[in-house]
Design a protein around this ligand. Structure first.
Ligand SMILES: Nc1ncnc2c1ncn2[C@@H]1O[C@H](COP(=O)(O)OP(=O)(O)OP(=O)(O)O)[C@@H](O)[C@H]1O
Ligand SMILES: [Mg+2]
Length: 221
């Protein structure tokens, strides 16, 4: 699924947060959006998710203008958003249950995705019995089990220690590529941007759009 942002302007009251922004993400691409705090990265993701009102311009996903939220577009947050009283598996199953997937199908999907993110054997653990990285992996499994076409990630690894973060970056790229998911990944960590993105867009500086190769060349020069 491709995402096209055309002349996007978002305001909060009289404050203009994004102005006349253009952006294209092709199907299966991982686009990283970087930029300083307050430049509008989360706002951009919320706009693509269909969670904010657009003052001008539009967002088009596979030819269809975004007018609200959709199952096709899933958000992943820094906070894992897990329900503390449900086991890992039951957290993964929840959105599937809400959309009426029968129990056996839900269970199989939860097991498969938890296994895929390296959590086989932890299905029955409660969130508090898991580390921060493991909880983020449960969130990832929960998101991917819904098979979204577009995943919008808002600094999902910001709270993790360096090693766990590196492991998660590797895992997430592998899993998103395998699923052919179109991804917009927000970070303000340059290392993370370079490691993850096919392309990096820097917001808040007159939108520089740089190919990964160009960044790598600059970093390694
Ligand atoms: N609901 C809101 N109401 C009013 N102003 C808001 C709202 N959400 C965000 N803002 C403002 O809009 C600007 C952009 O916020 P946004 O959260 O998109 O930035 P960000 O790039 O994600 O920052 P960070 O890196 O700190 O997460 C900020 O100045 C913020 O204060
Ligand atoms: Mg933000």
């Amino acid at each position: 699924m491709s995402v096209r942002v055309e002349g996007l302007t978002v305001r909060y009251g009289s404050a203009v947060v994004l102005q006349d922004l253009d952006l294209d993400v092709s199907t299966g691409e991982i686009l990283v959006v970087a930029g300083p705090s307050g430049c509008g990265k989360s706002t951009l993701l919320r706009a693509v998710a269909g969670l904010v009102t657009v003052a001008a311009g539009r967002i088009v996903v596979d030819g269809q203008e975004v007018r609200g939220t959709s199952r096709d577009r899933a958000m992943v947050f820094q906070d894992d958003g897990l329900l503390p009283w449900r086991t890992a598996a039951r957290n993964v199953e929840l959105p599937l249950a809400l959309r009426g997937v029968p129990r056996t199908g839900r269970r199989a999907a939860a097991r498969r995705w938890l296994d895929r993110v390296g959590l086989a054997g932890f299905e029955r653990h409660l969130p508090r019995e898991l580390s921060g990285g493991m909880r983020q992996r449960v969130q990832l499994a929960r998101t991917l089990a819904q098979r979204p076409k577009v995943v919008l990630m808002d600094e999902p690894f910001a709270a993790l220690d360096a090693q766990t973060r590196a492991d998660m970056q590797e895992l997430v790229v592998e899993v998103l590529r395998e699923a052919g998911t179109t991804t917009v990944f927000v970070t303000h960590d340059v290392d993370e941007a370079v490691r993850l993105g096919d392309r990096v867009v820097v917001l808040g500086t007159g939108e520089v759009d740089v190919r990964r190769e160009a960044i790598l060349a600059a970093v390694m020069a």
